[in-house]
Design a protein around this ligand. Structure first.
Ligand SMILES: [Zn+2]
Length: 381
């Protein structure tokens, strides 16, 4: 088998430069025009075929010389509407946009994998599909890809997310649910000719009652977070607001729990509406899926990590209470999602801030893992 450590070392400068390029030129979700053009230029140069969909979803295909299974690697490529304040010399040159979730490293893992795997075609038993995914932050990219048949032949999928708040080279994962199920409601409270109540008082009452009853109903053994994310009043009329909009966001680790907010909101809305003499309507957002790592893929990932970096490199993580559209792939394709530590300068930074930064050494860990995982999977019987 090829010496992946050496191959990664030989390509390390390319990885670092590529990451800096992506980091300097971040683009918002589903607007990744230049990012996609940059990726395609490289794929063209390397004569790697690819398919596209949506705004900038790209799937490169590397077919091995002998037949076999198909595995997909997934990296998302979008950035966030944040003004960068890291102070690094490769900081964002696009005002108000920043790779504050480290997807510049994910895009680099994918481009690095494409570059290396195209030279290993002779040794590949099967096919590798490399996904450069648009719009993760807005839940758009995976959905668009899954509406096409581009991934219909994929037997297994793997993805890594960087973690700026975890030690460099630590791989965090777990069996089963690894991110939360999301649900949400938008409550609209209005006064009109028939309803003369105070919408702000009604809004306060609604938020209190819904949050109390929802959290009350979550079984004690379960984990859940309920957050009001938006409160907006409109149309002040002689000093009185005519309309208030409230968004509530609910995250749970149990699918059954994720329905509680919807049920409570429906049950409470009418009662509070009539007691305050306002009109209350409830809009239910489409529920978000949780990342769900299947046992076989998780076992394989752990085997590869331990072989490469030893037992201590595996950290059994607790599920994060955020969302990830990698979960949509896993509804159709068994796979594993892993969080890879990339703390830099000893400062543990959260994702999605103007100072979020990941150490460039994560590029070597990520690519080496992907290469080893691909061959581990394709060489299994
Ligand atoms: Zn992210």
């Amino acid at each position: 088998m090829a010496d992946f450590k050496k191959i990664v070392e030989e390509n390390y400068d390319f990885l670092v430069e590529t990451r800096k390029h992506f980091h300097r030129h971040p683009e918002l979700s589903s607007q990744e025009f230049e990012t996609a053009a940059f990726i395609k230029r490289h794929l063209d140069e390397w004569h790697i075929p690819y398919e596209t969909t949506g705004v900038s979803d790209i799937v490169a295909t590397i077919q091995g010389d002998s037949g076999g299974k198909t595995i997909a690697l997934r990296g998302d490529i979008d950035a966030l509407p944040i003004t960068e304040a890291t102070g690094v010399d490769f900081a964002s040159q696009n005002p108000g946009v920043m790779h504050a979730c480290g997807h510049d490293t994910h895009a680099t893992f994918m481009l690095g994998a494409a570059k290396v795997l195209k030279d290993l075609k002779k040794e590949i038993r099967g096919t590798v599909k490399i996904i450069f995914q648009e719009g993760e932050e807005i839940g758009a990219g995976a959905r668009k890809l899954l509406e096409t048949n581009i991934l219909d032949d994929v037997d297994s999928i793997v993805g890594i997310h960087n973690a700026a708040d975890k030690d460099l080279g630590v791989f965090s994962l777990n069996y089963g649910v690894m991110s939360s199920y999301g649900s949400g409601v938008r409550l609209t409270i209005e006064r009109d000719d028939a309803h003369r109540g105070n919408v702000l008082l009604a809004a306060a009452d609604l938020v209190n009652t819904i949050t109390t009853l929802t959290t009350q109903r979550v079984p004690g053994r379960d984990q859940a977070v309920l957050v009001p994310t938006v409160v907006k009043s409109e149309n002040a009329d002689c000093g009185l607001a005519k309309k208030v909009t409230i968004h509530l966001n609910f995250r749970t680790l149990d699918l059954a729990d994720s329905k509680i907010l919807d049920e409570v909101s429906d049950a409470v809305a009418a009662g509070i509406g009539s007691s305050h003499d306002v009109k209350v309507s409830v809009f239910h957002y489409e529920p978000g899926k949780a990342i769900n790592n299947d046992k076989e893929s998780t076992d394989r990932a752990v085997r590869v990590i331990e072989r490469l970096y030893g037992k201590d490199a595996v950290q059994w993580g607790r599920p994060m209470m955020g969302g990830e559209d990698f979960s949509l792939y896993q509804e159709k394709i068994p796979g594993v999602f892993i969080s890879l530590g990339g703390v830099t300068d000893g400062v543990y930074r959260p994702q999605h801030t103007d100072k979020t930064l990941v150490d460039e050494k994560i590029l070597a860990y990520g690519l080496e893992f992907y290469l080893n995982y691909v061959f581990e999977y394709l060489n299994e019987n």
